[in-house]
Design a protein around this ligand. Structure first.
Ligand SMILES: [Zn+2]
Length: 186
């Protein structure tokens, strides 16, 4: 099922027309496409303290005579990273600044306008855990053999992978990755 949308209006259009799409939409839990109903919006507190709509839930309804399984699914805007308070743009800026050989602290400052880079190390840990997914994406576009991972430091491995991800594929930012791959960047 499509999970990331370019903007709120395309997400809302998708949800509004959910009944028309029952032939090719299937619940990940019960495989039925017949019982989806729109559920509540997902709000997220941004790093600036403001709350913003970032997505909407779909409900595989088991109420009022419907025979769904009761699961809910989250649909998101591709401009946000579901697991983070910062946006896909913040992460893209951070990574691009690291690729320009800036320090972690400087890159974090460029991306967020904040000085304390504690968060940056959290991001890096999450990014390290996503490395194999990025490599799968890169492999779809290139025949490049996997690099010698054991000799190189983790940050350098990450950055060369991110470089390849943004330069040898059609994913030139975190937002585009989420739009096309349909999974959270980290
Ligand atoms: Zn279901």
């Amino acid at each position: 099922m499509k999970k990331f949308f370019n903007d709120l209006s395309s997400l809302q259009l998708f949800v509004r027309n959910i009944d028309l799409q029952r032939d090719h939409l299937h619940c990940e839990q019960c495989s039925s496409g017949d019982f989806f109903v729109a559920h509540d919006f997902i709000y997220k507190k941004q790093h600036n303290g403001l709350k913003k709509i970032v997505g909407q839930r779909l409900f595989c309804s088991n109420r009022y005579g419907r025979k769904g399984c009761g699961s809910t699914f989250r649909l998101y805007l591709a401009t946000i990273v579901p697991t983070l308070r910062y946006t896909a743009l913040n992460i893209s800026l951070f990574l691009k600044s690291l690729l320009d050989n800036n320090s972690i602290q400087k890159a974090y400052n460029v991306a967020t306008n904040r000085d304390d880079p504690r968060n940056a190390y959290r991001w890096l840990n999450k990014l390290y855990h996503s490395l194999s997914r990025y490599r799968v994406s890169i492999k779809r576009f290139t025949e490049t053999a996997p690099q010698q991972m054991h000799r190189r430091k983790l940050l350098r491995i990450l950055l060369s992978t991110i470089y390849d991800l943004f330069n040898t594929t059609e994913y030139y930012s975190c937002t585009h990755y989420q739009q096309i791959v349909q999974e959270g960047f980290i």
